[in-house]
Write a protein that binds this ligand. Structure first.
Ligand code: NAD
Length: 292
């Protein structure tokens, strides 16, 4: 909140925006939104709440009762929260998850801004994706949002890799929906199928890692087995932004391929949520300077 004393910044009129997730203390979202509120003179404050699935229902009930204007949702609540909301945006329905809730006089609407954020992050890095081949590791909330948006926005070929864990069935549903509703060629492979992983990454233009690999407590974990799976012409986006440079990104540097973390994605998905809550455009260049 810069140098403005808390007693001048927060008054009886100040409205609350929150973020409910666990773990949460690494988040850049409070800095992003509070700086934007301050810059635009908007009377809101953004605060993090450590909430997991066990306390999610009570939390949503409480936020609604307190007439809180809206909040963000992150791991592990993105899918679980949808059943407590009144409406879902079309993208949120396809993905089956949401990262943003807007409270309009007690009516809670969930939407997902991660996919738009990721596509805008690629654009901001000068990366064209229309007609390209994209490989995505992960099939959770963020990954699915990216996959849906990429296919809708004109990626020619989308190859998804995931472990055969509880997300596998969700990935199969995403593939079926995207084959039906978009022009993209969409395939799904087991992340442990290393022959397929090597073949698909060799032919790929863009690789997005949308797993928690690289983030605490998986700092030393990379979703792909070793740097030989990367090539110089591949563009790699790691959705993790804490730490700023993941082990995957270090491998990319060693191989010589362009890579960047999830900060831009976070910025653009945040700007979309900011607009829904306040009706205002986030001052993106200003916020980028503050965050970087
Ligand atoms: P999620 O829990 O919904 O999904 C996790 C996914 O990762 C699943 O597909 C799971 O199979 C896979 N996975 C988990 N552990 C793995 C491992 N050890 N090896 C391989 N795969 C593994 O999570 P989510 O909300 O989709 O978030 C995933 C990542 O995306 C997180 O790192 C999060 O920080 C990042 N994210 C970034 C932004 C951003 O704006 N930059 C936004 C949302 C999420």
């Amino acid at each position: 909140m810069g140098k403005i004393p808390i007693t001048e910044r927060v008054t009886g009129h100040t409205e609350l925006i929150g973020l409910i997730a666990d773990p949460i203390r690494h988040s850049m979202s409070p800095t992003m939104h509070n700086e934007a509120f301050k810059k635009l003179g908007l009377d809101y404050v953004y605060v993090c709440f450590e909430v997991d699935n066990t306390t999610l229902a009570d939390t949503v009930q409480g936020l609604r009762a307190m007439k809180v204007r809206g909040w963000n949702v992150s791991m592990p609540n993105k899918g679980a929260i949808t059943k407590y909301l009144d409406k879902l945006s079309p993208a949120s329905q396809i993905v089956g998850a949401c990262n943003t809730v807007v409270n309009d006089n007690g009516v809670l609407t969930g939407t997902i801004t991660d996919g738009v954020g990721a596509m805008q992050a690629l654009q901001a890095e000068g990366v064209g994706y229309v007609g390209k081949k994209l490989v995505v590791s992960g099939a959770g909330g963020a990954a699915t949002a990216i996959q849906v948006q990429a296919a809708l926005d004109g990626v020619a070929e989308l190859t998804i890799f995931n472990r055969r864990d509880r997300f596998w069935a969700e990935a199969e549903k995403t593939v079926a929906k995207l084959r039906e509703q978009t022009q993209a060629i969409v395939n799904l492979y087991d992340l442990d199928d290393h022959a397929a992983l090597k073949r698909e990454l060799d032919r790929a233009d863009i690789y997005i890692d949308s797993t928690p690999c690289g983030m605490k407590p998986l700092e030393d974990v990379v979703a792909i087995p070793d740097p030989s799976y990367l090539h110089r012409d591949l563009i790699v986006m790691d959705t993790v932004y804490a730490p700023r440079q993941t082990k995957l990104m270090k491998w990319c540097d060693a191989v010589g391929c362009k890579n960047f973390n999830g900060l831009s994605m976070m910025l653009y998905q945040g700007a979309a949520a900011f607009k829904l809550w306040t009706g205002k455009d986030m001052p993106i260049d200003y916020i980028r300077d503050v965050l970087f």
